[in-house]
Ligand binder design. Sequence first.
Ligand SMILES: Nc1nc2c(ncn2[C@@H]2O[C@H](COP(=O)(O)OP(=O)(O)OP(=O)(O)O)[C@@H](O)[C@H]2O)c(=O)[nH]1
Length: 325
Amino acid sequence: MGDTPMEGGSKAADKQPASVGDGSGAAAREAAPVNIIMIGMAGSGKTTLMQRVNAYLHERKEAPYVVNLDPAVAKLPFQANIDIRDTVDYKQVMSEYRLGPNGGILTSLNLFATKLDQVMEIVEKRASSHKYFLYDTPGQIEIFTWSASGTIITNTLAASYPTVVVYVVDTPRTASPATFMSNMMYACSILYKTQLPFLVVFNKTDVVDDGFAREWMSDFESFQRALSDDDESFMSSLMNSMCLVLDEFYAQLRTVGVSAMTGQGMPELFEKIDDAVKEYYDEFLPSLQRQIQQKRDSERAQKDEQLRRLMNDLTVTEGKEVDLG
Ligand SMILES: Nc1nc2c(ncn2[C@@H]2O[C@H](COP(=O)(O)OP(=O)(O)OP(=O)(O)O)[C@@H](O)[C@H]2O)c(=O)[nH]1
């Protein structure tokens, strides 16, 4: 098992990660790369979308930098610049620690996270030559979004450069009100957990158009009608109440419909990503800077208090008289 995230076979330099700075200058914002983290249920089309976005950006002469964070993926349809599988052997982790598939993915991710400083060094080196950095994550969504290592990876990326979470939805499989609501609640929980600029991508629109989703999110009554068509049970009335809760989530939510298969919706996807980057600078970054400042202030206050106590405890004592004769 390698212990160093590899990039084209070369070792990362021994440097600290870059910082996004205060992001105040237009030129600095323009020059900063953008991290796009693909998250979604198994089979929603993350990997296919990665491949499509990769091809689209190549066409735009903006070749992205691609990072695979799924240790268990058998075959990638694209060339990853950094691949977790080059650092951690998922099958070896499973047998060495006697783990099942999910435990194997989680432990592989934990091991990889211990080398995150090296990843960030590579990212920093590549930041001037790539506008977009794409991150594919495991289909076992909770392993990335609810694990300490997933949080460390996400927070480290977001503290360094503008970062957008792209939540991929399998549109044909969410066309029933119950599945739609469950998926949106999941999306809401991920937004709440990461607190990052967020974009819901309704994928597979070549199979089912995402018009129904847009209508349900913008018109509460149309969703209620769909619910009552569905059934009249307790679940339906529970979903009615939850729908009210989600209404506020929808009001702020950025969505786009795409087909990773045909490429439909790619320009619109990037318009929304640009919009999410703006939110990163306008809201996320100032809030992050406030948190950092508060942490520093509280650490300083703690140190001052320790010093004050130390000084209070100080007393001058007179020793025994020494006979110099
Ligand atoms: N029709 C259609 N099929 C799609 C689209 N995107 C992905 N698929 C299909 O959906 C299936 C799952 O796609 P993947 O890209 O492997 O999904 P994933 O989310 O990466 O899956 P995991 O790795 O299990 O998490 C594959 O059969 C894809 O061909 C799309 O836009 N349209």
